[in-house]
Design a protein. Structure first.
Length: 983
């Protein structure tokens, strides 16, 4: 058997390469795109991207590669840092021009940029969320501007190991690249991903807003393995041996390559002859790698094992220090031996840096070390790194921490490097990664540790938790902040104590308790007229209102803060005060006044470069518009605001808003995705969970509904904040109303009554309680209670809809009036509710309003007996049933559709009042038919009747079916024959 040398053809991936090339060509035309390559280790993801990069380079594209590494050995954004460094290796004029206006921002992440632009201005200090957004915007705009010069191909390898910040930037960048000549290729192992993996979540979010292509790589088939063997071996290997290679390797290209390399070496050692019968195929890929490594010298293997402990990528200077018994020249020779056989390769653009050709090679070498040798090797790496990088340890903090964790070092050293890694991540605005590092530092702290260091770590953990944790876990963040504050107070370090509280933001005050006393103490530490006092007063007001139920005390604190802001001319503080005043209910509980305050705050925030405050103000105004006035534009704009908040890192309540919006608009296709996020990321938040239960009920999924109700009931009784207890009671009752669970509504009412008996509550808590009590009265037929609650709610200053999820407040008032026997008032309320839900954005609520109104009319007709009035009521009911049923079918909610079918059967059971229209046409369908006769299109009919286009289409389809018409012309002729329209 003779062998070929240098054969390195890409076998069995022609179609996948064609797909990648087509994506590149599409991107070159200005259609930015994301392609993901998916498969097990060794399946050929990296090899495929290498071919793409070669093709792209030949076509004058700019290419760059970034790789993610396992564990926490690299700082946040590492793959992006590698990409940018690659572009800066030999920067063109176009790259430098694009970089210059963004150098100051990007230099925080890629320090080498400072060398290119030494006179870069110092950035103004802004909040973490704003700085994070600034960084994302700078990087994406830099790449977009470079792409105007030449197309770009970016490869992000091993995304299953990516940190959250890297993934967040990918999500943002892919959207920004959609109209640019930029192709992003990401590879990952599907064997590493589960439902809760961060990459799974990121890809799901990208899929909701951007089209991208997934290319799934599986093992090569027998013919492809045969070709692969024959590209290396000239003489045909026996089909039996190739079949065995295929079966054993399952067509994994890396495994096949290792086996063929061993086969080839065997043949070369025999002068070209090869005994196929005696050749043993390795049992697994790691055994195959081991066979390859065994072909290297013992000295080479020894030095590679040391390099493997350092990491997938290693600094040759560090390797020299760890093998001081060998000369530098000898070690270089040994590394070159490994490079020659493709085990190790030089890192492009980095002097004296190497990397293992595949992660499996590094892992195989590490596993050859005993635990004792491996632990000691990591400790030696720490010592060597401390010497080599003594002047810039912070740049290597995460790597040092990894080796400390794996090696035999002191706990204090782990604390120090974990804190340093946290500080580095904080400087990069990677809040989640920073929090994880600080938590590791806290865990390693001993009882006799430095008190100030403990306070610093507690403070940093708390600040991160307040930004990133959901209810009820966000309380843990406040508790950590309070513990740090107490230490600073005891040490009489009032400056650090006050600074800490001013930084403690991102949370919603309704979620927390035990804050009022802390802010009271902090206010004693500052000058009463200082801006510090102003900011603390705003935060103290939130604690007073939502923790102490002290509206007046909160108002007084905010008034004082406003005086300080105006006297000092501090517009940033004034913005915060306006938002605080709005949160406190506006002037005299006026909802519109609160909206005006938020609009003023949004303008001020924009003028003073406070995008976080601007987004907060805009979101609150839009939420109010959705619940009270006009959903159309507000719903479109709020998605933009929610995306901004997510970029700031404030994920805590975004999914709640998205779920509410999906329910109100009948966007049932996205309900399972949102509900899954709730159950994954908010599994301890019963309000989120019960709302998800309502959403899933509309899709006939009641699998966990009992559990969700039980959780909400427990929280309504035992949650640590009154707001959470009240909101749970309100949500519990609303979902019980929709799903027909009167017992649960009664339980919620019992709890709600206890709130009304309290000596002091704020208006929102009262509204929550009265909604819960009202629904119980409606479902149990309690006339007295219904009349009482309607009296309180009908003229209330707080929108009923705004207290929970979006629904027509008039619908609950109508149901209360009907229960109380106020039939005329009920009709008026239902008509108002129909008017409110005529906006196409309220599809689900429109259907429910039609259902409840039709039910009332049928009950009234039944009580009246045979009469002209009862016939009128039934005809009206049929109209409502027809409209509501069309909406229910349009959005795909079978449970609601079934409710309409039941009502339809009830209406049809009254023989004396059967529909007098021909062929079962409803009045609404007759209205549509007449407009068809007038030559109006579906869109024109929808506009004329103020209904959705899809509802119009449903009516037209019903008309064609009932009249046996093939088209609109035949339907018009039918209408004329029946006297429904003029000829």
């Amino acid at each position: 058997m003779t062998t070929r040398t240098g054969a390195n053809q890409l076998v069995g991936r022609e179609s996948e390469l064609d797909e990648l090339t087509a994506a590149f060509e599409n991107a070159r035309e200005g259609h930015g795109y994301l392609v993901t390559l998916i498969g097990e280790p060794g399946i050929g993801k990296t090899r495929l991207t290498q071919e793409l990069l070669l093709t792209a380079s030949k076509r004058q594209a700019i290419t760059a590669v970034g790789t993610c590494y396992e564990g926490t050995t690299t700082p946040p954004y590492w793959a992006w840092i590698q990409l940018i460094r690659s572009l800066l290796t030999k920067p063109t004029d176009a790259i430098l021009r694009a970089l210059k206006p963004r150098a100051a921002v990007m230099a925080e992440t890629v320090p080498e940029i400072k060398g290119l632009f030494p006179n870069t201005a110092v950035l103004s200090e802004v909040e973490t969320g704003q700085a994070r957004f600034r960084l994302f915007e700078a990087i994406t705009k830099f790449l977009c501007e470079v792409a105007e010069y030449k197309p770009i191909v970016l490869v992000l390898d091993d995304l299953h190991w990516a940190d959250q910040s890297t993934l967040d930037l990918i999500e943002y960048a892919v959207r920004e690249f959609s109209s640019k000549p930029i192709l992003v290729v990401g590879s990952y192992r599907d064997t590493e991903l589960g439902r809760r993996h961060p990459l799974s979540d990121s890809l799901a979010k990208i899929a909701r807003t951007t089209d991208f292509k997934r290319i799934l790589l599986r093992g090569l088939d027998l013919d492809e393995v045969t070709r692969m063997v024959h590209t290396t071996v000239n003489e045909s290997t026996s089909p039996e041996l190739i079949a065995e290679i295929h079966e054993r390797t399952e067509g994994n290209p890396f495994f096949v390559t290792e086996v063929v390399a061993t086969l080839t070496k065997e043949a070369e050692n025999r002068g070209g002859d090869f005994d196929a019968l005696r050749f043993k195929i390795p049992e697994g890929v790691r055994e195959a790698i081991g066979i390859r490594l065994n072909k290297l010298s013992d000295e080479c293997n020894e030095i590679l094992r040391t390099a493997a402990v350092i990491g997938r990528e290693f600094d040759f200077s560090l390797l020299i220090m760890l093998n001081s018994e060998r000369s530098e020249e000898d070690q270089l020779t040994l590394i070159e031996e490994a490079v020659a056989v493709g085990t190790v390769r030089e890192v492009e653009g980095s002097r004296d840096h190497y990397e293992f050709a595949h992660a499996l090679i590094q892992q195989t070498l590490i596993e050859e070390l005993t635990t004792g040798r491996r632990v000691r090797a990591h400790a030696r790496v720490v010592t060597a790194m401390e010497q080599l990088y003594a002047e810039h340890l912070s740049d290597h903090a995460s790597d040092l921490l990894h080796h400390c964790t794996e090696g035999l070092v002191s706990e204090q050293k782990i604390v120090n490097y974990a804190q340093l890694a946290g500080d580095q991540a904080t400087a990069l605005y990677a809040t989640r990664e920073a929090r994880a590092y600080y938590e590791q530092a806290l865990q390693a702290l001993g009882d006799d540790s430095d008190v100030i260091q403990r306070a610093e770590i507690l403070a940093n953990i708390g600040l991160g938790e307040l930004l990133t944790l959901n209810y009820p876990h966000t309380q843990r963040g406040w508790d950590h902040v309070a513990d740090a504050f107490k230490i600073y107070d005891e040490m009489e370090d009032h400056k650090s104590a006050v600074t800490l509280l001013r930084q403690a933001r991102g949370f919603r005050p309704i979620w927390l308790h035990s804050r009022e006393a802390v802010y009271s103490r902090a206010l004693e530490m500052v000058e009463p007229s200082s801006t510090d006092a102003g900011y603390l007063l705003v935060q103290h007001a939130g604690a007073l209102r939502f923790e102490e139920m002290d509206h007046d005390g909160a108002a007084a604190a905010l008034d004082r803060a406003l005086e300080i802001a105006i006297d000092s001319g501090n517009k940033r503080l004034e913005t915060r005060v306006l938002l605080g005043l709005a949160d406190n209910g506006g002037p005299d509980g006026d909802a519109e006044g609160a909206a005006d305050l938020r609009r003023r705050a949004a303008v001020l925030a924009q003028e003073t470069d406070q995008p976080i405050e601007e987004a907060s103000a805009r979101r609150a105004v839009l939420t109010q518009l959705i619940s009270e006035v006009d959903a159309g534009d507000a719903l479109r704009n709020i998605e933009e605001v929610l995306e901004l908040e997510r970029l700031f890192g404030f994920d805590t309540s975004i999914i709640f808003e998205q779920l509410r919006i999906a329910i109100i608009g009948g966007d049932l296709a996205n309900i399972p995705y949102f509900a899954d996020l709730v159950d994954r990321d908010h599994d301890d938040d019963s309000v989120h969970r019960i709302l998800a239960g309502l959403a899933l009920w509309h899709l006939e999924d009641t699998s966990e509904l009992d559990e969700r109700f039980a959780e909400a009931h427990d929280e309504s009784q035992f949650a640590q904040t009154l707001w959470q207890r009240a909101s749970n009671a309100s949500f519990l009752s609303l979902v019980a109303w929709s799903t027909g669970r009167a017992d649960d509504a009664m339980k919620a009412a019992v709890v709600a009554h206890s709130f009304l008996e309290m000596p002091k509550i704020i208006s929102e808590i009262e509204a929550f309680a009265r909604v819960a009590i009202s629904i119980s009265a409606i479902m149990t037929g309690n006339e007295v209670e219904a009349a009482e609650q309607r009296r309180h709610l009908v003229d209330g200053p707080i929108s009923i809809a705004g207290t929970t999820y979006y629904f027509a407040g008039d619908r609950i008032l109508a149901a209360l009036a009907n229960t109380a026997g106020l039939l005329d008032e009920a009709t008026v309320h239902f008509e108002d509710a129909l008017n409110f839900t005529s906006d196409p954005s309220y599809r689900v609520e429109a259907a429910w309003t039609c259902h409840d109104y039709a039910k009332l009319l049928i009950e009234r007709a039944s009580a009246q007996g045979r009469s002209a009035e009862s016939a009128q009521h039934l005809n009206k009911a049929r109209e409502l049933i027809s409209t509501g049923l069309a909406v229910a079918r349009e959005i795909g909610t079978k449970p609601l559709e079934n409710k309409f079918t039941t009502l339809q059967e009830q209406a049809d059971s009254f023989g004396l009042t059967r529909n007098t229209r021909p062929d079962g046409l409803t009045n609404r369908e007759v209205d549509v038919l007449r407009l068809i006769c007038d030559g109006l299109s579906n869109q024109q009919i929808a506009d004329e009747l103020v209904i959705t286009l899809s509802t119009t289409a449903s009516h037209v389809a019903n008309i064609l079916g009932k009249t046996a018409s093939s088209n609109r012309t035949e339907a018009a002729a039918y209408a004329i024959r029946q006297g429904l329209a003029d000829a």
